[in-house]
Each structure stands twice: as C-alpha cells, then as structure tokens.
Design a protein. Structure first.
Length: 210
C-alpha cells in the first residue's frame, strides 16, 4: 500500500501542462513589436512648415495607441492607432534648421509598451543669410538701416530688431549696411553662402565726420 502511494505521488510529479498552454502563457507576456517610423511626403521640409509622420505597428492589430515626441524622449504626445495598427500625424517643424529625431512606442490594449524606435527628419532653411545690423559702438540693433547684398542686387530695411534675411543661391557675396543717422553708420563684409544657411550680424561703424 505504501509502495502504491509512493508510485502515485511520483507519477503525479511527471504530469506537465500541454505545450500549447505553456506557449500561450509566454505569448500573453509579449509586448508590442518596435514600431516603424516613416515620412509619407519625404523626410525634408522647409522651416516653418509641417511634416507628416507615419507610425506602423508591423501588423500588430492589438496596438491601440502610439506615444511619440520630437527632439527628446519624453513621449508626451499620443495618437490612436487605426484598426490596421498604423497612425499618421502632422507636426509643425518650427524654425530650427537641421536634423530632428522623432521617438515613438506602440501601446496595446493591455497597456503593454513596445521598445522605443527613432526616425529623423530634416528642416531646411528658406534663407541663405540672416542676421542683425548692430551699432558697433553700443552693440544695439539698428532700426532703419539699409542692408544690401551684391552681386544679387537685393536689399532690405531693418525693423526694430535690426533683423535682415535673404534667400539667394549659394555663392560669394558682399553684404553692405548703411544708416543715415544721426549718427550715420556703415559697414561691409564679404561672405560665402552655401545651402545650409548662414547667421551673421553686420557691425555698422560711425562714418568719419559724423
């Protein structure tokens, strides 16, 4: 009798759950796949514009939302996923040129979060040259100064912030500024411009005898 009980006890320890049940438990713990990030209309946009960003859960239809952020990993924005596990948002890119990272995670109906993925878009300048006209004696902006760019033959008059900007082809230019005063001021600088854009403050010095 004792031997039978021992055999029964030993037999009970050999009983394992079906393999399918074990796989089911493991599958239930899976987080969503790392989402894809793409740019349907291209990954480059001019400053001040907007760019479309598409998130794709790689066919995981259990995903309900995407969390995302631009330029940092805060993931403080959210967009619902369509039934096919995708979503598209339109982002205002602002006026900071250069490359900007987009971070995103996918979240399923149980609140499980995927690993973070990253995409990058580029904001290009719609100007080749911008800056301020500054009084060289006070370092204050000069309002009403005429700023001319040669050989392009274009000029602007500065506003209250002394600011100016030009959109021209890359090349070698001479930037000249004049102010009628009082006191009268002027200044000139040769610059080489490329497609990346240049920020340059032009110093205006008192004219002799002014």
């Amino acid at each position: 009798m004792t031997a039978s009980l021992a055999l029964l006890a030993a037999g009970s320890t050999l009983v394992a759950p079906p393999a399918s049940a074990a796989v089911g438990r493991l599958a239930g713990t899976k987080v969503p796949l790392q989402p894809g990030i793409s740019f349907p209309n291209g990954d480059s946009v001019a400053e001040g514009g907007q760019i479309a960003v598409r998130f794709d859960a790689n066919g995981d239809t259990k995903v309900t939302t995407f969390r995302y952020s631009v330029d940092d990993t805060s993931l403080d924005s959210e967009v619902p996923a369509a039934p096919d596990g995708t979503a598209t948002v339109t982002i205002d890119v602002g006026n900071v040129t250069g490359e900007h990272p987009v971070y995103a995670v996918a979240v399923d109906r149980r609140g499980r979060v995927s690993p973070t993925t990253q995409g990058t878009f580029t904001v290009s300048a719609i100007w080749n040259l911008k800056g301020q006209a500054l009084d060289a004696t006070t370092w204050l902006p000069v309002e009403g100064a005429t700023i001319r760019l040669e050989p392009a033959g274009v000029e602007v008059v500065t506003g209250t912030d002394g600011g100016f900007r030009f959109a021209v082809d890359p090349g070698l230019y001479t930037l000249t500024g004049t102010y009628a005063g009082p006191p009268s001021l002027s200044g000139s600088q040769q610059l080489e411009l490329d497609s990346q854009g240049l920020v340059f403050d032009l110093l205006l010095f008192p004219d002799s005898g002014s």
